[in-house]
Design a protein around this ligand. Structure first.
Ligand SMILES: Cc1cc2nc3c(=O)[nH]c(=O)nc-3n(C[C@H](O)[C@H](O)[C@H](O)COP(=O)(O)O)c2cc1C
Length: 428
């Protein structure tokens, strides 16, 4: 099981509050129907997700930024491939048809969402910004887009159900010891809490190396050494967030591990979880879970076919955001073949590399019912703390509407009939 890093308490005192960005409200793109009164000011400083990433790099403790930003392979080759593949998809516009910007609401598993956008599950996002899970969930609920809590997230299923009752999805890693005692209990809790979709992650069958995590000391047991203490001291806003929200913990596992130390919890997670679900296990979860069942990490049309044959409702085409091995193709390049294979039998979604609403429309145009993002939300948190996730959502929705409008699509579905140049598309 990969994403099981946690963090110990810094013992900082007397740190200054974070400096506030001060700027007069300026231009706000027409597409907006978001309700954040600070949007214009935030937009002036952070008009795209790339600006948030740059700010996060400067503002976060180095180890926290490295956790949010790193991937597999030399110089994050896997992440770079995802970005390059999305950048290479060209969409041909048609004009003379669009007097105003289109709405971009979608339906997923029988529920309406504000846009074909969602928050991908993440383990330990509170390392990047203490309190992250709650801030992400709250922003998603406010904007009405799906939020996926990770098994090794830092808030409980029950808490997220309170904060984000209308948009709550839950991701499960394989916890198979004692006949899936923990896995089945987590599913029971998610069902009892009213979670709408269960996401089984298939694509972490092994642990791989993310060099940037290893060299900042997040590869194993966490030690609040001098280097990390210095980094925290130089990031007062992060340290304040830590004081406010407490030390990140794998909150969902506390019910099973007890009130143990961070490093004991990491050890517990590594002991209890591991490998990826087999198809037989997917079938077992299908039998138990009454809501929408989604598998995450599909990269081959025949695996998509297998999932459909087991009765899953949806799937994420994903390479785990380039965090496993760098030889995997970009999900956008396998998406069309998987969409062709699945047809209308299940809902195909995509993540890995989404950094703009234009990327969302690229994925949508190639058949994805929605595109989810992971790192973009972490950079938002890193740059803006609590208000970061909301700004990322606002940017993604505005950009999605703008991209649809530019193409002459009056609704998301019309993006599927534009002419597309996609030379990277894999044929199976
Ligand atoms: C810090 C971090 C932790 C993650 N943890 C998990 C996890 O616990 N479970 C999971 O299924 N995916 C996890 N992912 C993968 C995301 O769900 C998603 O597939 C990926 O981030 C999408 O790519 P993107 O970051 O380029 O948007 C994680 C991603 C990041 C960046």
């Amino acid at each position: 099981m990969q994403e099981t890093t946690a963090i110990a308490a810094p013992e900082q005192a007397g740190l200054e509050p974070a400096k506030r960005e001060s700027a007069a409200p300026q231009h706000k793109p027409q597409a907006g129907k978001n309700t954040n009164p600070r949007y214009a000011e935030l937009y002036r400083h952070y008009p795209t997700i790339d600006y948030l990433r740059r700010r996060a790099r400067r503002r976060l403790p180095h180890f926290a930024f490295e956790y949010s930003d790193g991937g597999s392979g030399k110089e994050d080759a896997g992440i770079r491939r995802n970005w390059a593949a999305l950048d290479a998809v060209e969409l041909v516009p048609r004009y003379g048809v669009m007097p105003s910007l289109p709405p971009c609401e979608v339906e997923l598993f029988g529920r309406r969402y504000a846009a074909p956008i969602g928050v991908a599950p993440m383990g330990g996002p509170a390392i990047v910004w203490p309190g992250a899970d709650i801030y992400l969930a709250r922003a998603a609920q406010r904007a009405r887009i799906p939020y996926t809590l990770g098994t090794v997230g830092c808030a409980t299923i029950e808490k997220i159900a309170e904060v984000a009752p209308d948009v709550f999805w839950f991701q499960l890693y394989r916890a198979a010891r004692n006949d899936h005692a923990i896995g089945f209990d987590l599913v029971r809790r998610a069902q009892a809490a009213g979670c709408h979709a269960l996401v089984l992650t298939l694509d972490v069958p092994v642990r791989t190396t993310r060099a940037r995590e290893v060299v900042v000391g997040l590869g194993g047991a966490f030690q609040a050494d001098f280097k990390k203490m210095m980094q925290m001291a130089m990031s007062p806003a992060w340290t304040m967030a830590l004081r406010k929200n407490g030390i990140p913990r794998f909150s969902n596992l506390r019910a099973y591990a007890g009130d143990v130390s961070i490093n004991d919890m990491v050890a517990f997670a590594r002991r209890e979880m591991g490998g990826a679900f087999t198809w037989e296990e997917v079938a077992q979860y299908r039998d138990r879970w009454k809501g929408a069942l989604v598998v995450k990490g599909i990269m081959h049309p025949q695996d998509a076919e297998k999932a459909v044959s087991l009765g899953v409702d949806g799937m994420f085409v994903s390479n785990h955001g380039g965090r496993q091995i760098e030889a995997l193709p970009a999900p956008i390049d396998v998406l069309p073949a998987i969409v062709r294979q699945v047809g209308k039998r299940a809902t195909v979604m995509m993540d890995s590399g989404i950094r703009s609403g234009t990327d969302v429309v690229r994925a949508y145009a190639l058949g994805a019912a929605a595109a989810f993002a992971g790192k973009a939300f972490l950079w938002g948190l890193g740059a803006l703390g609590e208000e970061g996730p909301g700004h990322v959502i606002d940017l993604l929705i505005e950009e999605t509407q703008s991209a649809l409008g530019q193409l002459g699509a009056r609704a998301p579905d019309q993006a599927r009939s534009v002419v597309i140049r996609h030379e990277g598309a894999l044929q199976f």
